[in-house]
Design a protein around this ligand. Structure first.
Ligand code: FAD
Length: 391
């Protein structure tokens, strides 16, 4: 069965779904292919919570945040589904970049201010604070599952075709305006193909488009039950608990069991989520264990015991999810001929999803190249600069 479509989007996670939405709402014909069924747990966009963390100092990311916030609200308006709760976030621990964050956010009208740890501890007794606290009130919590579903519903509402359980097995570039995608059941010709397949990027694009080194890891945050089991505690927590980022200084002995900075938030119905960032074992996305590495899990439980008095370290439910990380932790948003690539979100992409969709849709409709920062040809920054919790 052969047919034509203007744009094929391969990969129905957050980024592919957002691109399909952005293209369809511009009246473009678009087909979205997703290899698994809705709600699958095999990629990076499942689960009920992600931080909409605004604590970035980098102007490129701050501009994308400022673009993404109203787009999330537009999506909610179109889909009639609430996905973003602006419960605020707290950032603490040794980190030299906090002052730059406040000034960068102020430039785009987003808030950031400092609290004394005692004051913050009174306000949020479930968290023990490590030095001064950067509070970002516009930040919040995104429901990942609801967001992906809402993006696909909204895209379909504008005429996009969505096909689940359909795997693209091959991509062939014929010329700058002609690409052929083969699936298990069809051969599809298109003017443009957007490839947003997360952990499977290197394998699907091998021999088609050069990609930077992408490292796929199996990450393992976990949910911890609230200690407060009184009636209504979980409902209160859903609005009271801020998201959190805890930076550390590896040279200090008190952090000697830490694997990385810690991020987290409260997930309604599941408890307090906490996790190490980008420390999971390198994995083949088609041969995952879905089981946590025990030493990291034990260290995470110790972290909860030491720093999250509002959570029970022994009532733990691990989560499994993939990161696809570039050498500099910056995204890849670029185009080569008829192929558009959205990859390497390095564990911090979800908050930007609708803005990433806009950039990829622009690339697919010849509107504008992406930010040079995300170009395939860029020279990776020597080291991911100023690791401020990019969560
Ligand atoms: C544990 C964890 C916590 C995170 N926390 C945060 C956070 O707090 N804040 C934040 O901003 N970000 C966070 N992130 C990062 C964020 O979730 C990701 O950046 C984002 O989900 C990446 O989306 P994606 O669409 O690129 O990938 P995916 O969701 O993996 O989508 C790729 C899709 O492509 C499909 N696919 C693959 N191959 C094919 C094929 N051949 N044919 C058809 N379909 C195919 C896959 O099935 C998959 O659905 C977190 C990530 C993890 C893992």
């Amino acid at each position: 069965m052969d047919f034509d479509v203007e744009t094929i989007v391969i990969g129905g996670g957050a980024m592919g779904s957002a691109t399909a939405w952005q293209l369809a709402r511009r009246g473009r014909s678009v087909l979205l292919l997703e290899r698994f069924l809705p709600g699958h747990l095999n990629g990076a966009s499942h689960g009920a919570s992600r931080n909409f963390n605004t604590a970035y100092s980098d102007p490129t990311y701050v501009a994308m945040l400022a673009e993404a916030l109203p787009l999330w609200r537009e999506l909610e308006g179109e889909s009639q589904v609430r996905v973003l709760d602006q419960v605020g976030m707290v950032n603490h621990g040794p980190n030299p970049a906090f002052d730059d964050v406040v000034s960068s956010l102020a430039r785009v009208g987003l808030g950031g201010s400092f609290l004394h740890p005692a004051e913050a501890g009174e306000r949020w007794p479930g968290i023990r604070f490590d030095g001064r606290v950067l509070h970002t009130p516009d930040a919040g919590r995104l429901n990942a599952d609801a967001s992906v579903a809402a993006l696909q519903v909204a895209a379909a509402g504008h005429g996009a075709q969505i096909r689940h359980d359909t795997r693209a097995t091959r991509l062939q570039v014929h010329d700058d305006d002609h690409v052929v995608v083969t699936t298990d059941a069809a051969t599809i010709r298109a003017r443009r193909a957007v490839v947003t397949v997360g952990a499977w990027t290197s394998s699907l694009l091998a021999g088609v488009v050069p990609t930077p080194r992408l490292v796929v890891t199996q990450e393992q945050p976990a949910h911890f039950s609230l200690r407060d089991a009184s009636p209504g505690a979980s409902t209160r927590a859903a609005s009271d608990w801020p998201g959190f980022n805890h930076s550390y200084d590896p040279s200090e002995a008190r952090y000697d069991y830490w694997y990385s900075p810690v991020y987290g938030m409260f997930t309604p119905g599941q408890g307090v989520k906490a996790g190490w960032h980008g420390t999971g074992p390198v994995t083949d996305p088609d041969a995952r264990t879905f089981t946590p590495e025990p030493l990291q899990l034990a260290a995470l439980q110790r972290y909860v015991r030491d720093w999250l008095p509002g959570a029970d370290p022994d009532a733990v439910a691990p989560i499994s999810c993939t990161y696809t990380t570039t050498p500099d932790e910056d995204f890849v948003l670029d185009r080569v001929g008829p192929v558009i690539i959205g990859a390497g979100f390095s564990g911090h992409g979800f908050k930007f999803t609708p803005a990433v969709g806009r950039v990829l849709a622009d690339l697919a409709t010849d509107v504008a190249p992406g930010p040079g920062r995300f170009a395939l040809s860029r020279t990776p920054n020597a080291a991911p600069g100023g690791w401020l919790a990019r969560r």
